[in-house]
Design a protein around this ligand. Structure first.
Ligand code: DGJ
Length: 726
């Protein structure tokens, strides 16, 4: 891996030997990005920069000191720009925008660069970790052509990934305050317009649905604008060859490490070029940057694959597992979990909880999580958010925790730190902590308001309460929820004129609290959650190694949700539980839930012995395969649930010595011969399969497949294990 600089040509080559990313310093000082794709030893920027035909204005002129200067190979609305800024000649979506200077123009030009080992570690924001010191970074300083505004752009490469990690620091040295109006963490120009966009829209209980559509001239916008990355969209998109498949074709993915409102634009110009940008949602964003101060953009990421979508997913999965999540409590992380929510909602007392724990033992539960309803005076969702002390009239928490330990289980608890009810001791004492303007008759959602996490005092107050709780009790696991969107906000702390900073500062407050608590309690496993999967993003995963995927536990719906989620995120970070929805049998529910962080969301006392027997048979497979195969292995999407008839995936451990194959019939099938071909096995190894007990080579399983013609009934499933034999 290397970042090279060819000084005489003003050309940088970022590569890991498998992909190439070229940056060119145009003679004007403007930075171009002529190539991003499969590895290529050298490029000819002069040839690549030509835009044919006599009908083009073939040059742009720079009016400096009244003189006109001619530049070759620079076409502002067609050349691939690395750092396009607003107000200049390029009218496509920009990397950043300002207000408050004499004019809004930002014409950023190269000043200097350095190449160093390592990569930026952001303060107060999540970042891709480089604990092994393997990264290399190209840091370029840019300066506005005439204003004293600087940007430090860092592009980092890690040897394992065909990815460029992008950091930007905006620095105001103009002598006066400025407002930053736009801060895009990803800017990726591609000199082509024949691309599909793949994105993941959804809704509560319907998160991250796979959508693929052709881009054409104009702008496709994907955004979330209510303070969290949202159910409606996800900050992960792909641009793909029109004929790209799971295993074939070029695909570019973009994401950024952020959990607040975001905006992604795919802009196709009439001249046959595409620009992809992703960053903080600029529609509710305006940030004061005083003279001498700087603003750090969230970290962005672009990933390349010439092996279709699977190539992107494998890189994202490995990057998340190796370079993003802090697996700080592996035992709790890998435990079979029982959560109280769907079993009893807030209607519980000590006896009922003890009964749940005892019955969970019949199903091999290793971790019991007490969900919403244990604190303040909370028996419904009208009160007590903000009062993080045990409701001793309702439960004896110590007795519950002791019962878990006596039954060989760990104990976890639910919190929602960023929210409060008006009916809480917290807001009675400090009404100004609520992020609403009470004089404006604010709209509530789920009877609650968010706290003003832009205010460090509010974050400190909640930290104090939670620190006391987690120190007092023996708690192994925390589920961190977030149950309303953040529209209709007002921050008393920010006051008039700075309300547009709220969303971003609130997100920084979330990260600060998450950082303080996960640092103070390194042995507690945190699960993120936001009304199900409303905050499923790389920013949250930096702090919490697992996220609740969805409140939808219907296993068939889950196939679609987990399928969409899997394009960016590995199964190990997806909370995935079995409930008592009667859509399928328990065996099928368990087989689907197994492909995630596995557990139960039900009252086991309502299950028959036969149901428990079905689940336990699957949990046994979990015990044997879950760690190496599901949590650490590679995922292969063999068929899509959107095809309607059948869903199939396999997962293979990194040593290629064992695998799991899941096939779920959807619509009833006619009599058909159906072979399911696996991927990812060692072609030269022999594996015994649990379906018919036969031994075949990896080559055979991948070329001929397993004959599953008899999986024909609706929602019938097969979970098949493969183990290497001599
Ligand atoms: C929303 C979560 O997604 C549920 O699992 C549950 O924790 C409820 N909130 C509790 O209020």
């Amino acid at each position: 891996m290397a970042i090279s600089f060819f000084a005489e040509r003003g050309l940088f080559h970022l590569t890991n030997g498998k992909f190439s990313y070229y940056v060119q310093i145009h003679p004007s000082g403007i930075l171009l990005n002529p190539y991003f794709g499969a590895y290529i030893e050298d490029i000819d920027p002069e040839q690549m920069g030509r835009i044919g035909g006599e009908d083009w204005f073939s040059h742009y002129y720079c009016h400096t000191d009244g003189r006109e200067k001619e530049y070759e190979g620079l076409y502002f609305n067609a050349s691939p720009m690395l750092f396009p800024s607003a107000g200049g000649a390029d009218v496509r979506p920009s990397a950043m925008e300002i207000r408050g200077a004499r004019n809004n123009k930002l014409d950023m030009r190269y000043v200097s660069h350095r190449i160093y080992r390592g990569k930026p570690k952001l303060s107060g924001l999540p970042y891709v970790r480089d604990d092994a010191g393997e990264a290399e970074t190209l840091e370029i300083v840019l300066r506005e052509h005439v204003k004293d505004i600087k940007a430090v752009l860092s592009l980092s490469v890690l040897p394992e990934y065909n990815a460029v990690i992008r950091n930007t620091e905006f620095i105001n040295k103009t002598g006066k305050p400025l407002r930053l109006e736009r801060a895009m963490s990803v800017v990726q120009d591609l000199s082509r317009a024949d691309l599909d966009i793949v994105h993941f829209p959804g809704e509560w209980m319907f998160e991250r649905q796979f959508r693929r559509e052709a881009l054409s001239e104009g702008r496709k916008v994907i955004s979330a604008s209510a303070g969290r990355s949202s159910h409606e969209h996800n900050p992960f998109v792909m641009l793909a060859d029109r004929d790209a498949t799971e295993t074939f074709g070029e695909v570019y993915a973009a994401s950024f490490l952020y959990s607040g409102s975001f905006k992604c634009e795919a802009n196709v110009s009439k001249v046959g070029v595409t620009r992809l940008t992703m960053g903080i949602d600029d529609e509710h964003f305006s940030f004061a940057v005083a003279d001498g101060e700087s603003f750090t953009f969230p970290e962005g990421l672009t990933v390349y694959s010439n092996r279709g979508f699977e190539g992107i997913s494998h890189q994202m999965h490995d990057l998340i597992r190796r370079n993003l999540i802090k697996d700080n409590a592996p035992a709790a992380y890998r435990s079979v979990l029982l959560n109280s929510w769907e079993g009893c909602y807030m209607d519980f007392d000590t006896e009922k909880v003890l009964a749940l724990i005892a019955s969970g033992k019949r199903m091999g539960v290793e971790l019991f999580v007490l969900d919403d309803g244990w604190f303040g005076r909370r028996n419904d969702d009208l009160r007590s958010l903000g009062d993080w002390h045990v409701n001793e009239k309702k439960i004896d928490l110590k007795k519950i925790i002791d019962a878990c330990h006596e039954n060989g289980m760990r104990f976890g608890i639910w919190i929602e730190p960023e929210m409060a009810n008006f009916d809480s001791d917290l807001l009675r004492a400090h009404p100004e902590y609520a992020a609403v303007d009470i004089s404006s008759d604010p709209w509530l959602s789920r009877h609650q308001v968010m706290l003003d996490f832009a205010d460090p005092e509010v974050v400190d107050e909640i930290y104090g309460q939670l620190e006391a709780l987690l120190s007092q009790y023996d708690i192994d696991y925390v589920k961190w929820d977030h149950n309303r969107t953040l529209e209709d906000y007002y921050s008393a702390y920010l006051g008039e004129g700075r309300q547009d900073e709220f969303y971003h500062r609130n997100t920084l407050g979330y990260y600060r609290l998450a950082d303080m608590l996960t640092t103070r309690f390194p042995d507690i496993h945190f699960q993120g959650c936001a009304s199900g999967g409303g905050r499923f993003d790389l920013g949250t995963l930096f702090y919490f190694p697992e996220i609740w995927t969805s409140d939808e536990n219907d296993p068939v719906q889950r196939l679609f949700i987990q399928y969409g989620t899997s394009f960016a995120y590995p199964p190990c970070v997806m909370g995935s539980h079995i409930n008592d929805d009667p859509v399928t049998c328990y065996r099928t529910k368990a087989e689907i839930a197994l492909f995630g962080s596995y557990g139960f969301e039900l009252d086991p006392r309502r299950m028959s012995d036969a149901d428990i027997g079905e689940v336990n048979a699957v949990t046994e497979i979990y015990g044997k395969f879950h760690d190496d195969v599901v949590l650490d292995g590679d995922l292969f999407r063999l068929s899509s649930p959107y095809d309607g008839r059948e869903f199939a995936i396999d997962m293979v451990d990194k040593q290629k010595s064992k695998a799991l194959l899941l096939v779920v019939g959807l619509l009833k099938k006619p009599r058909t011969r159906r072979f399911v071909k696996l991927r990812g096995l060692n072609p030269w190894a022999n594996y015994v399969n649990s379906f018919d007990g036969k031994v075949y080579s990896g080559d055979y399983y991948m070329k001929v497949g397993i004959n599953l013609s008899d999986v024909r009934r609706e929602f019938d499933s097969r979970l098949i294990t493969l183990e290497e034999v001599e």
